[in-house]
Ligand binder design. Structure first.
Ligand code: CP3
Length: 358
């Protein structure tokens, strides 16, 4: 089971882990969602030789892209290179990353009875390549750099399993959910159990923090979240190793923040549509906050990037527990130079210029 060994001081006292525990830090820690991705030439070089799924399933290559991104950027945490959809394969879904189309599930579930063919994840070995990547990354990273493991949250995974790919309105997933709550709850329960097993195995293999990506949950209003998602998220967070901090991230969640906080997570991820100060005021002092620069701002001239990043740090106002990040993943054509300068700027400004909260 999860990491019984206490962490070495260099990790435990790292700015990122301190911020997860809401302890004061000398500098605001920063990492970026999708920090290893197509905007980076080193990543494109590796990807020119293998498919995306081959890359995810090769622990040595996954280690190379994870560590290269973290070290090149000088960020305060590395994130495992993998994908939220990998877990669907051992549950019986036929997953493909089609060129130019994004992910496709060739055998989506559409009817209540289809839930019967979704397999339970009895053991984590079908995803053993991920745990082998986690331990290889942990050994290759600098000893003071924390490693983030992750998984998709059940709602977002269920959307892919039902829609068969990305979607704009999620009408298939929602009609499934509204038509037969029993079948929906059965599917969500399978996803909760599988995800808890998977995340705890990542922690045991060497991940210091676990992030849940509920990327598409913002398509729901608060009543639907409360009824169809929150009980499952609570059950999932209750199953996670209590010694490993967790980050609960979603997008378009400005009407759901309090409900997400009540579902669980030591850190709540904010997208860019909310003012970080207001969002944090609503969440209250019991959680740390991660976010929330609009990833599109990285395409602006650098002085604008700088102004917007400082604005976020000013809104955090030195409250302990802020982890700087984008509000969603880095986009493919983002200028690398702006990403590097953003990391420096956040470190520099938070170390010297950060105003204290009145
Ligand atoms: O953040 C990181 O650097 C770690 C790696 C990571 C990837 N995907 C690599 C990836 C993480 C944490 C994810 C999570 C993920 N995957 C999410 C949640 C985060 C989010 O963006 O909301 C989602 C929804 C997915 C599903 C997924 N994977 C999609 C929709 C796509 C296609 C997107 C696109 O731009 O093509 C992927 C593919 C993917 N996952 C790529 C990467 C680097 C691009 C694949 C390539 O090299 O062609």
């Amino acid at each position: 089971m999860a990491s019984a060994n206490p962490l070495p001081d260099s990790l435990r006292e790292s700015p990122f882990l301190k911020a997860c525990r809401r302890e004061p830090t000398d500098v605001t820690p920063i990492w970026l969602m999708r920090q290893a991705g197509r905007y980076m030439p080193e990543y494109r070089e590796v990807r020119s030789k293998v498919s995306f799924l081959e890359l995810c399933k090769d622990p040595a290559l996954a280690t190379e892209v994870t560590v290269t991104a973290a070290e090149r950027l000088g960020v305060d945490a590395a994130i495992l290179f993998a994908d939220i959809l990998l877990i669907l394969e051992p549950l019986g879904f036929d997953l493909e990353f089609a060129k130019g189309e994004g992910p496709v599930i060739h055998n989506p579930i559409r009817e209540a009875k289809d839930v019967d063919r979704v397999r339970r994840l009895a053991e984590v070995e079908p995803l053993g390549y991920v745990m082998r990547a986690v331990s290889a990354i942990r050994s290759a990273l600098r000893p003071s750099t924390p490693l983030i493991g992750f998984a998709g949250a059940p709602f977002t995974l269920a959307c892919y399993a039902i829609e068969g790919g990305g979607s704009r309105h999620y009408e298939k997933a929602k009609s499934f959910m509204y038509r037969d709550q029993g079948a929906w709850d059965a599917l969500m329960s399978i996803l909760v159990d599988a995800t808890a097993l998977y995340l705890n195995a990542q922690a045991a293999a060497g991940a210091q923090v676990l992030q849940l990506f509920d990327s598409w949950v913002g398509t729901l209003g608060p009543d639907d979240y409360r009824r169809y998602v929150q009980p499952h998220m609570k059950r999932l967070f209750d199953k996670l190793d209590p010694n490993t901090p967790s980050i609960h991230f979603g997008t378009d969640t400005s009407t759901l923040l309090e409900l997400q906080r009540d579902a669980g997570g030591d850190v709540i991820g904010l997208d860019w549509r909310v003012d970080l100060g207001d969002g944090w005021d609503r969440l209250g002092p019991s959680v740390a906050v991660q976010g929330n620069l609009d990833p599109a701002v990285l395409f602006a001239p650098f002085p604008e990037v700088e102004r917007r990043a400082r604005c976020i740090l000013d809104r955090a106002a030195g409250r302990p527990g802020h982890i700087f990040n984008l509000g969603h993943g880095i986009m493919p054509h983002t200028p690398v130079d702006h990403v590097l300068r953003l990391v420096e700027l956040v470190h520099e400004y938070s170390r010297t210029g950060r105003p204290e909260r009145p």
